[in-house]
Design a binder for this molecule. Structure first.
Ligand SMILES: NC(=O)c1ccc[n+]([C@@H]2O[C@H](COP(=O)([O-])OP(=O)(O)OC[C@H]3O[C@@H](n4cnc5c(N)ncnc54)[C@H](OP(=O)(O)O)[C@@H]3O)[C@@H](O)[C@H]2O)c1
Length: 87
């Protein structure tokens, strides 16, 4: 069950910040979703660091950390990657 107060933004994790996931992350930020209530998940540390620099959002290659506390999980990986991410 969500513990967000009414009117606040849910804690969202974008799982897979690649071609489509990066667009989703950027649009959420542009629409006013606070960076502190967004997280991202990628496979590689280098990509995570680049995204942190670009968006000042907590993006991690540690899936457990990225998903912890999420109220909304947006799955934006390729179909063959999904099982590993959801394991
Ligand atoms: N691209 C589009 O325009 C588009 C449009 C509509 C729908 N879609 C759909 O969206 C889905 C994703 O497509 P995409 O083009 O965005 O793919 P993509 O560019 O390859 O991005 C996939 C992302 O998932 C991450 N990832 C892969 N394995 C992971 C794992 N085990 N744990 C955590 N993160 C992992 C990758 O991290 P790294 O970068 O570190 O490798 C990458 O950031 C597909 O189902 C596609 O059909 C895409």
């Amino acid at each position: 069950m969500s513990d967000s107060a009414p009117g606040t933004h849910p804690r969202v994790t974008v799982s897979g910040v690649g071609g489509i996931g990066e667009v989703v992350l950027a649009r959420l930020l542009a629409s006013g979703h606070p960076a502190g209530r967004l997280r991202g998940m990628v496979r590689t540390e280098d990509h995570a660091r680049r995204l942190v620099r670009t968006y000042a959002v907590d993006v991690s290659a540690d899936n457990g950390r990225a998903a912890r506390g999420a109220e909304v999980l947006i799955l934006a990986v390729r179909p063959d990657q999904a099982e590993k991410v959801l394991a």
